[in-house]
Design a protein around this ligand. Structure first.
Ligand SMILES: [Zn+2]
Length: 140
């Protein structure tokens, strides 16, 4: 089990949603485990701020995160893999954020365009089928 905050090995710290009844299965999650009190507190603060509405990323969001890896690696490689983040200039950090956010948004737009194209194709096929049958339909 990995810590939900830092991905180190979880060590017996957990969390449950006190807003839900004990009988509600969403009150608990095996993903809400932590390595330390510090990570547990960070998660607790986040859940309090978001009123426990934080949700797991969708498959589309996970794909968008993975799409950031290559541009992120390229950017970090271009300014020096061995340089610690603390040594980055403000402009370099802003450029890094821009690279990641742009890659994430581009992937999300692409996924939504693919979904929209599938919906459109489905609707056009249905309309075409209706168009074929109506002239041969029952005369009124
Ligand atoms: Zn942790």
């Amino acid at each position: 089990m990995r810590c939900a905050i830092c991905y180190r090995k979880a060590k017996g710290y957990g969390w449950f949603n006190p807003r839900l009844k004990p009988s509600d299965p969403n009150r608990y999650s095996d993903k809400w485990v932590f390595c330390s009190r510090r990570c547990q507190d960070a998660f607790c603060l986040l859940m309090t701020k978001t009123e426990a509405r934080m949700i797991d990323p969708s498959d589309m969001e996970l794909a968008a995160m993975r799409a950031c890896l290559s541009p992120l690696g390229e950017y970090v490689g271009s300014i020096g893999m061995e340089r610690p983040l603390a040594d980055y200039t403000r402009e370099e950090v802003l450029a890094l954020i821009d690279v990641v956010v742009t890659a994430y948004q581009d992937q999300m737009i692409e996924e939504h365009e693919i979904m929209a194209a599938k919906d459109r194709a489905f609707l056009e096929e249905r309309l075409a089928r209706q168009g074929q049958t109506s002239p041969k339909g029952v005369p009124f």
